[in-house]
Design a protein around this ligand. Structure first.
Ligand SMILES: Nc1ncnc2c1ncn2[C@@H]1O[C@H](COP(=O)(O)OP(=O)(O)OP(=O)(O)O)[C@@H](O)[C@H]1O
Ligand SMILES: CC(C)(CO)[C@@H](O)C(=O)[O-]
Length: 296
């Protein structure tokens, strides 16, 4: 029996929270398509225990969707489009310890968190794949990402074998320990929209080569070395990123650049051993999900 509108609104007044892991892309290739659910990227990345917490509160009947990032009013096209597609208006509070526009997938995380929280809060009765599809399409259309949402929904060390949201895309992954340490230093942000809006042919060719090499021996170590080869071939490195990756490698570690930000990530204590003072984090094997109701 379907739920009546009255019953539905009774069950909707409570704020709902979703957690989405951060996601560093190591390498990627761009695969456009007219249907944003089929568009996306191939590549690989790391899902991180530092992520995006989204608290969604239904807007009252006259109010439109509003977003805050770290308590400040913010525009996030991917989030707005997600809620528009789901046909709901809400206040979306996004909290994250990660820097925005620095290669950690904050916009994709906010969109996916909003989709999951809206589904619970408004009793929308969508499946996980449907919600991932809505958030992925919103992120692709906004121009802020191609593969973060599907990777964040999965967790761990996802390999994006085929582009797009379910059922179009295909994901695999590299098995890793849950508490595997990752370090990062973020020098500056970089506009994902600007890079994706430019010529991506050379970058995509380098991404396809990196994926082929990774598939010959899919390990975490190789994921990072393929990422470093990609970053160099795609000519995305800035001087300070190149210097930091070189310093980690010289100290015997593995590092690369987080796409798309001026950020270096390293396995274990790679950046510390090279003399940097990095932020530390761990790989997060589970994917995104609802974490509870905010009863305040
Ligand atoms: N203070 C802010 N700094 C940067 N971006 C902001 C800010 N507030 C809102 N935004 C919005 O957040 C989104 C950031 O998307 P972007 O894809 O650049 O970053 P990301 O998702 O954190 O990382 P990446 O795509 O590099 O992994 C954009 O839609 C931008 O308009
Ligand atoms: C385009 C991208 C690097 C932006 O973070 C990511 O979404 C990806 O790997 O598709």
């Amino acid at each position: 029996m379907s739920t009546s509108d009255g019953e539905r609104s009774e069950r909707t007044a409570t704020p709902t929270r979703a957690f989405v892991p951060g996601h560093i892309t190591g390498f990627f290739s761009v695969h456009p398509h007219d249907d944003p659910r089929k568009a996306g990227s191939r590549g690989t990345g790391l899902a991180l225990a530092d992520g995006v917490m989204v608290t969604l509160t239904p807007a009252n009947e006259t109010a439109a969707t509003t977003i805050t990032l770290g308590g400040e009013p913010a525009e996030m096209d991917a989030v707005t489009r997600t809620l528009d597609t789901l046909g709901v208006d809400a206040h979306v509070a996004v909290e994250t310890p990660l820097p925005v526009s620095a290669g950690f997938g904050v916009s994709g995380g906010a969109a996916l968190g909003a989709a999951l929280a809206a589904n619970a809060c408004f009793d929308l009765e969508r499946t996980e794949n449907e919600l991932v599809g809505v958030a992925h399409a919103a992120e692709v259309t906004a121009g802020t990402g191609l593969g973060d949402v599907v990777a964040q929904a999965r967790g761990g060390v996802p390999i994006r074998m085929e582009p797009g949201a379910p059922p179009h895309g295909a994901l695999d992954g590299i098995p890793v320990r849950a508490d595997r340490r990752v370090e990062f230093v973020s020098f500056d942000g970089r506009s994902t929209e600007a890079i994706l809006g430019g010529d991506t042919d050379g970058l995509s060719a380098a991404g396809e080569r990196a994926l082929a090499t990774l598939r010959e021996g899919p390990t975490l170590q190789r994921m990072v070395s393929c990422s470093a080869a990609f970053a160099r071939e795609a000519e995305l490195l800035t001087e300070r990123v190149e210097t930091a990756i070189g310093a980690v490698e010289a100290a015997g570690g593995a590092a690369s650049m987080a796409m798309l930000g001026e950020t270096v990530f390293a396995l274990d204590t790679g950046l510390t051993d090279a003399g940097y003072e990095p932020a530390t984090c761990t790989i997060h094997p589970p994917g995104a999900g609802i974490v509870g109701i905010d009863s305040r």
